[in-house]
Design a protein around this ligand. Structure first.
Ligand SMILES: [Cu+2]
Length: 102
């Protein structure tokens, strides 16, 4: 059961695409000054439907989610919109299509 971090910079999630094995806990950590909301979304039909929405994360705040099943988990920032987005690729999956923020 690993743990890994996605940094929330002022205008982007870093990295935008993060591949992890199933069972991984992802920590989103705000490293910039702006506030953000991590909000689940389904940009592509091949992506999983999932329900996740953080509270407003201010500088220094973090949020976690544990990914227990293989799949494609897309998200965006509920404050900045789709130009700030990301995907967690869990297990043996791939996403060839572009995200709105790419
Ligand atoms: Cu944001």
């Amino acid at each position: 059961m690993g743990r890994t971090t996605v940094e929330i910079e002022d205008e982007s999630f870093v990295p935008v695409r993060k591949s992890v094995p199933s069972g991984t806990t992802v920590v989103w950590e705000t490293v910039g000054d702006a506030s953000h909301v991590v909000d689940s979304v389904q940009f592509h039909n091949t992506a999983d439907k999932w329900q996740f929405r953080t509270q407003t994360l201010r500088s220094g705040d973090s949020a976690v989610y544990s990914f227990d099943s293989d799949g494609i988990y897309e998200y965006y920032c509920g404050l900045q919109g789709e130009e700030m987005c990301g995907v967690i690729l869990v297990g043996d999956v791939s996403l060839s299509e572009s995200l709105p923020c790419e």
